[in-house]
Design a binder for this molecule. Sequence first.
Ligand code: NAD
Length: 244
Amino acid sequence: MSRLNGKIALITGGASGIGLASAQRLIDEGAFVFIVGRRQDVLDNAAEVLGSNARGLQADVTKPEDLDRVFETVQKEKGQLDVLVANAGVGEFASLGQITEEHYDYIFDINVKGTLFTVQKALPLMTNGGSIILTGSTVGSMGTPAMSIYSASKAAVRNLVRSWAHDLRGTGIRVNVMSPGPTRTDKLMELLPSEALSEMKRTVPLERLGDPKETAGAVAFLASDDSSFMTGSEVFVDGGYAQV
Ligand code: NAD
C-alpha cells in the first residue's frame, strides 16, 4: 500500500509500543516519519530498526521549548508536516484516597498539556492541510478502578478533538482521536497485574488484548485520504471493550 507516499509524519512517543508500530505502518505506506521521545539513544535504536525513512528527535512533550526545537528541525529538514500523531502518554494506578498532586501533575502534564502544545506547535508546518491523530483510550469514556486521573486525562483528550475540529475550520487540517482498548505493549504488561489481565480478556468481547499493529492500522487510516470526511471523530480499537 502506498496511501502516504511522500507524506511527512511526526509521532510523539514513537520509540515504543503503539507509537513505534504506527511509525512502522506509516513508513510501510510511504511516509517519512520523525519519532519523538525523551531519550535520544532510545530514539536512535528505534530509528535504526525503522530504517532510512525514520529519524529520532529528542523532546519532552511537557516542555514547549523542546517542541519548538523539534518543529524547527522538521521545518529545516522537510519544510512541512502532513501527519501528526500526538501519542505520548502515561498511566499510573492511584485510587481516590491515594491521589497526590504529583500523580495528578505527572499524568495531566504529559497526556493533556503535552498533547495540546504538540498540536499547537505543529500547526505552522501543516500549511498544505493534513491529519492530526491523538491517542486517547477506552477509559476516556468509561470508569476503571484506581485510574480516575488517567481516565480523566484521556476524557480531556477525546474532547479536545471535538473543539479543535471547529478551531481548524478552513485550514484543511482534520483532527481525530484513536482510542485503544487494552493493547499488548511492554508498558501495559509492566503496569497490569496478571489477574487484571485475565479479567480484562474476559470483559473484551473479542476475548483478547489488541496488538499494536491493529492500532497502527487505524492510525494509517486516519492519516490517509481514506478518512477524508472525518474530523472531530473518535475511532475505538478495543475489541468491543468500551462498546458493550
Ligand atoms: P509506551 O510507554 O510504550 O508509549 C508511551 C510513549 O510515550 C513512550 O515511548 C514514552 O517514552 C513516551 N513519553 C512518555 N512521556 C513523554 C514525554 N514527557 N515526552 C515525550 N515522550 C514521552 O506505552 P503504549 O502502551 O505504547 O502507550 C502509547 C499511548 O497509548 C499512550 O498515550 C497510552 O496512554 C495509550 N494507550 C495505551 C493502551 C494500552 O493498552 N497499551 C490503551 C489505551 C491507550
